[in-house]
Design a protein around this ligand. Structure first.
Ligand SMILES: NC(=O)C1=CN([C@@H]2O[C@H](COP(=O)(O)OP(=O)(O)OC[C@H]3O[C@@H](n4cnc5c(N)ncnc54)[C@H](O)[C@@H]3O)[C@@H](O)[C@H]2O)C=CC1
Ligand SMILES: CC(=O)C(=O)O
Ligand SMILES: [Mg+2]
Length: 374
């Protein structure tokens, strides 16, 4: 199979779909890889590194899309990229379709096979291709939130860990999955007073067993959310209902009860955000203020630490890329139900139930769509 890796074009997105080490593994398995020139240059992966790993270099994205059987990317395709896809071509990347009707329409129209990293599952009920970026984003959320709490950024002027004689900041994390626990760990490690809410009692028990009260746990419900954010300095939004638009857990009215200069970090923004007042921002202009509350809503946070993130992402995606390339997309998806859960759009059909429901498309069962298309 010929795999294409275009340069990412989203604002300040310096990650790349494959590292040179990943390319080397794919080439060793008997496949070909074409990488767009300078795709990894910003994070220290030169064209020379990719050539040494066995890739060829193409001058333009158009050339990569025209040549490849499967495109491996990082971010959801931008409209110009969707229009370069062709019927039957495989796209393997983050998609986040539920809050993005335009991208969904363009992917349906492209008749490509679009497999989303974020909905691939594993045997333990996890999301193995979302997890590495969630680890990064969870850890970064606290870094970004701490910066936003500084006066010059519009924040309350509070240091997370406090100092001897001065109380630490209060950090509330809503959602205790991969993002949430990584955020809570970082905040706790910096000395903040941390409370984590989740609606899964099992998850709260696991966290309490490990952290023994150093991270306080609370059942997520409207009353507990309202009460806990009232005196919070930082609130991290980290909920996920896989594939679906994020539930709005903090309303605009609730902001009025919060402390002026408190910071909301909505990591769930890529699924539409879990605060009513969230709208996606970029690394270039990451924050804005509503009713005195600073909002940080960058939809591609891991792009800010693109070198670490690219290596972590390729570590996770490579086995699946090898499976798709080795067996061909249809056989690979038929053989592996967890990889099949990644299929969101297949030759014009929406094959992920939550996306179909949220955006009003007819849902087609993945196996039926694969058999019809192959
Ligand atoms: N902005 C960015 O750059 C990035 C965003 N993300 C996003 O972060 C979000 C979280 O991802 P993960 O932690 O990997 O998901 P996860 O599946 O590991 O955890 C989600 C947690 O949310 C909990 N939850 C669901 N509904 C809830 C509610 N009403 N109240 C409290 N908890 C609730 C679940 O029980 C689960 O523990 C996703 O939307 C993901 O796409 C992930 C990486 C980067
Ligand atoms: C998960 C995701 O959307 C990202 O890493 O940008
Ligand atoms: Mg995203």
């Amino acid at each position: 199979m010929l795999i294409g890796v275009p340069k990412e074009i989203k604002n300040h997105e310096y990650r790349v779909g494959l590292t040179p080490s990943g390319v080397r593994e794919i080439v060793a398995a008997g496949h070909k890889v074409v990488v767009q020139t300078q795709a990894g240059l910003a994070i220290g992966f030169t064209d020379e590194n990719y050539l040494q790993a066995g890739a060829s270099i193409a001058a333009t994205a158009e050339a990569v899309f025209a040549a490849a059987d499967m495109i491996i990317k990082v971010k959801e395709p931008q409209p110009v990229e969707c229009r370069m896809l062709r019927p039957g071509q495989v796209l393997f990347t983050y998609l986040h379709l539920a809050p993005d009707p335009e991208q969904t329409r363009l992917l349906v129209e492209s008749e490509a096979i679009a497999i989303a990293y974020e909905t691939v599952t594993d045997e333990r009920g996890g999301l193995p291709l979302l997890a590495p970026m969630s680890e990064v984003a969870g850890r970064m959320a606290v870094q970004a939130g701490a910066h936003a709490l500084e006066k010059a950024q519009g924040g309350r002027g509070v240091l997370l860990g406090g100092v001897p004689g001065v109380a630490p900041a209060k950090v509330v994390v809503i959602g205790g999955g991969v993002v949430g626990l990584n955020a809570a760990r970082m905040a706790q490690g910096l000395g903040a007073d941390v409370t984590l809410l989740d609606k899964s009692l099992g998850r709260l028990k696991e966290i309490d067993n490990v952290y023994q009260g150093r991270i306080k746990t609370l059942m997520s419900n409207a009353a507990n959310i309202e009460e806990s954010i009232r005196d919070a300095d930082m609130v991290v939004g980290a909920v996920l209902i896989p594939g679906a638009a994020a539930p709005k857990l903090v309303s605009r009215a609730m902001l009025k009860n919060m402390k002026t200069g408190a910071v909301l970090v909505d990591v769930a923004i890529d699924q539409g955000g879990c605060f009513e007042t969230s709208r996606a921002t970029t690394h270039q202009d990451p924050t804005y203020i509503v009713d005195g509350i600073v909002h940080y809503c960058v939809a591609n946070m891991p792009g800010g630490v693109a070198r670490t993130s690219t290596m972590a992402l390729t570590n996770a995606t490579l086995p699946y890329a090898l499976e798709l390339a080795g067996k061909g997309w249809a056989e690979a998806l038929i053989a592996n139900p967890h990889l099949r859960n990644g299929l969101n759009v297949c030759r014009g059909k929406v094959t992920y139930a939550a996306v179909a429901r949220d955006l009003g498309y007819e849902y087609v069962e993945p196996l039926a769509a694969i058999k019809a298309a192959s």
